[in-house]
Every structure is written in C-alpha cells, then in structure tokens.
Ligand binder design. Sequence first.
Ligand code: FE2
Length: 188
Amino acid sequence: MKVTNDIIYVGVNDHQTDLFEGQYAVPNGMAYNSYVIIDEKVAVVDTVDVKFTHEWLDNVGAALGGAKPDYLIIQHMEPDHSANIYNFMKIYPDTTIVGNAKTFTMIANFFRDMDLDEKKLEVKNGDTLTLGKHELQCLFAPMVHWPEVMLTYDAYEKVQLPHWCLRFALQWEDSRLQSCASASLPYQ
Ligand SMILES: [Fe+2]
C-alpha cells in the first residue's frame, strides 16, 4: 500500500492478539507498522512481530521490486517491532542498520549471533539521513516508551513514520516533540 509515491507501507495486521501486552483490549487487532522508502538510496523502516515474518518479508520484497535495501532504520526495539532484524539481515546482508547507541546495545543483546561492526550507522538526536530527495530526520523520544525510541521525520514528504503511537503521529506536525512526554499511549 502506497503512503506516498515513494513510501510504501509494508506492515502487517495482527488479528490473533486480543489483549495488547496482556492488558489492553484491542478488539480490532493491531498493526505492526513498517515502511519502504524508495529513493536513490532505499530504506526499510522497522520490522514486525515474529509471528508475521514471512508475510512481512513478502511485503518488503514486493515493495523493493528487486532493489537492494541500503538501510534498515530501527525506531524501536520492543520485539513486536524488532524481532525480524536478524531474519532481514540474513536475506539482505549488505544493509546498514540505522539506530542510536541504545538501539545497538539492545541489538547486541537480542541477537548475539549478529556481527554488525561494518553494518551499522549510529545516529545522534537530530541527525539527518539523506536518501536522495528524502531527508530523514532522526529524533529521539527516550522513555516515551522504551529508552531507545526514536522517530523518523521525512522532511521531503513532511510525514513522520509511526511505529507505535498513532496519537503521537497525529500531533507531530503541530507540536513536534512538545507533547510526547505526556502522551498517553494508544499503542500500535
Ligand atoms: Fe513498544
């Protein structure tokens, strides 16, 4: 599904889970969001829950259309979003993973068999990753949920790519990060 001409949604829907994190009723299920951005450089944003590995990889492959991904941007390391980093890197081993210092500490602990020495790009708050016309700004939101959480704002499309908090995405354009610390969390 296209979000814009260059941004393709490759997330999956989970209708098997009726309680998010075992306590929040989600009668309509949940979505694990993930995106492919096609430009001179190609980026994949986030992965999905381990229950949907094949569906997600099929979505990613279709969106790539034979292109090789240059970057896998990890915005959040909770396993329902990060579980397929290892599987992705087995299929696309030349991809550079983009994250912050805390992201890479978690990756090293979650995926002990992965050697990322030459395949990681550590960003700092406010850094920009240029794909071509798409300039992706990495903005940290630590402890909004987990300590490594960061958000990706595409300055070309003027969109933020939400991974878990829809309300936050809707607030983005008006208030940027101002409301994030107090955001109640209608998780996705
Ligand atoms: Fe989360």
